[in-house]
Design a protein around this ligand. Sequence first.
Ligand SMILES: [Zn+2]
Length: 553
Amino acid sequence: MAHDLVIKNGTVIDGSGSPGFEADVAIDGEKITAIGKNLGSGKKEIDAKGHVVAPGFIDSHTHMDAFIVQYPNGNPVVNYGVTSIVIGDCGASCAPVPAKPEPRKVLVEYLRRVLDKYVDDKDWKWNTYAEYLNYIEGHIAVNCLPLMPHTPVRLTVMGEAAYEREAKPEELDAMKKMVREGMELGAIGFSTSPRGGPAIHAGTPSTFANHNEIVELANVAAEYNGCFQFNGFQMMLQPESGVPDMLKRIRGLQIGNEFRQRPGQKADAPKAIAYMEEAQKRGQQLFGVVIPYTHIRRFTINDCFFLNGLPTWEAIKNSSDLSSKLGDKEIRKKLEQERIAGAGKPEFPEWHSWDRMVFEHIEKPELKKLEGKNVAEIARLTEKAEVDAFFDTWLEDNLKSQCVYHGLANAHQDILAQMIQSETSLIGTDVGAHLDRFFWHGAPVRVLGYWSREKHLMSLEKAVHKVTGFPAEKLRLNRGLLREGMPADVTIFDADKIADLVSEKLPAVIDAQEVKRHPPGMKAVVVNGQTVVEDGSCNDVFPGKVRRQQLCV
Ligand SMILES: [Zn+2]
């Protein structure tokens, strides 16, 4: 009898970190049924000659909760070989939906701030968490690992009071009940953004919770072997925040978001690695999510964030005649002196160098030749000092240009490499949020192509392990390994060609075309036995599972 699918002639890298070997892989129904030679024919066959056959990649941090409704094929990550995504991160999701209009509005506004402006509750065809899971189940091509999100839970239970005060005992009981129901339905854990975390979460309902509330809710999830996901990773290194003590009271896996080198805090990343290693030795399962890119930020002249705090800049930045001020050589000289004097001081954004600033978009046709060039290059071309090249280009373009700063976070590649390599890190994309930084979705492939093949940070086998077997083991998934009897989540890619599509230029609009771009080198992606990606396009099949009971051991 023919198998349902046979992937022939490939090199199997099984996700465990052990060396690859030549073999065919047979799949029947949702499972891998044989790995070896001469497995016979398949009703469908994929020739993987010259390609690696590996487990599907696991994306440990996304905000695709609303994206998957818009893009049920799992774009933009399925194109890159991702077969399982965590959703409901950072205490933010589009379910449960609060019944009252005001709290509902607060939720939508929060999601628009944290995810992006595309979030629209007109698209929501559910109210309860159960209805949301029912809605996506059977309509999504990748597996979803949903977290029970603190903010919607709080808004649903407490209404307006969710963003005014701490919970009363009966409200905490009601939230615990809701988290328990979520876990029974299939959530993999509980997520939150606590007080004192990133500014973007300030004032959201979850930040009004005291640590006891968070511990109680997280430990309901822990009863089901569920995990705890939190934002505000840097507070882990600040005992006065209370977060280290809070974490010690939470049982089960703990995943901190935003494990990154923050500007001006170069030493924090190695400190965080040491802290997590110590915690793990004590038995605390503490991990941080790394987005394996140097972060970039767009800016316009009104948002020249790297000059913020310099007295001269503060005095002129909001003035109505900014152009004439920027043309003033004395002002420029002062700005440059203050910038040099302020570099390295914690109160200013970290300064790297002029070559980290790129004129991404220039309006005037006669200046177009400078588009895509960094300030150091423009200075050489125009034979000017860098500071003059910078401000003159703005002025000549009537302040209409758009720039990009490379190195807002993870600026130091050597430290980023340590973070990626560390056994304390999980790789995530943050997809579905922050569309102004739309290129992180290539993260798993970035580890394989850029970090493994080009930078030789780790072997291909180790790189595959980093995005498959390793996160699967931590998240207790029944995935991440190519073994007989395992669910058939598989990627087939050319290890010499696989690459993310990051360029210096960020897309101007995030539309369907942009979201559906396929990277070079990805031949096929299989989820639960069904081929969801093949030779650069998605098939309209939706085999993704959405419940812990099916996805976890
Ligand atoms: Zn997040």
